[in-house]
Design a protein around this ligand. Structure first.
Ligand code: ZN
Length: 159
């Protein structure tokens, strides 16, 4: 079963980035009224993830989170949706939720600093957001996020 599509409310920006990181289609909304949030989730067929009990009760499908901490939030999402991926997938832009595409022929004039060109020439894939053009590759950041998600999952296994 595929992981659901998400709509994260204003208080869950970090969680939204982590959901995108593992490839989940996740809209993050700011500055909307409760009614707009509920309607937007319904219209797009998304599960609303929120810490606001009243807001959760108004939505068709909602996951109410208790904890302000990312680790606890992640565990709660996984407990409710065990099919949630636990590995980075380079499918979604963590900034804007746009789809990422692998660049077939990366050119050195790309607008990003820190691209490890020696590794790219050796075959490391580069991905670009189709909406905001942000560039991604497997590096120290993705490795640390991966470790973090793994450590949370190991905690689950220990019970
Ligand atoms: Zn983007």
């Amino acid at each position: 079963m595929a992981s659901p599509r998400w709509l994260a409310d204003e208080m869950l920006g970090r969680l939204a980035r982590y959901l995108r990181f593992v490839g989940c289609d996740t809209v993050y909304v700011r500055g909307l009224t409760d009614a707009e949030i509920v309607e937007s989730a319904r219209a797009q067929g998304r599960v609303l993830v929120t810490r606001d009990r009243q807001l959760a009760q108004r939505a068709d499908r909602a996951l109410l989170l208790q904890s302000p901490y990312l680790e606890d939030q992640w565990r709660a999402v996984r407990a409710a949706y065990p099919e949630l991926p636990s590995e980075p997938s380079f499918a979604r832009c963590t900034e804007c939720n746009g789809r990422l595409e692998r660049l077939a022929d990366p050119k050195p004039d790309l607008p990003a600093s820190g691209i490890p060109w020696d590794r790219v020439r050796a075959g490391l894939p580069l991905y670009q957001c189709t909406q905001c053009s942000h560039l991604y590759w497997e590096g120290t950041h993705s490795a640390s996020v991966r470790r973090r998600i793994r450590s949370w999952s190991e905690g689950e296994a220990r019970g």
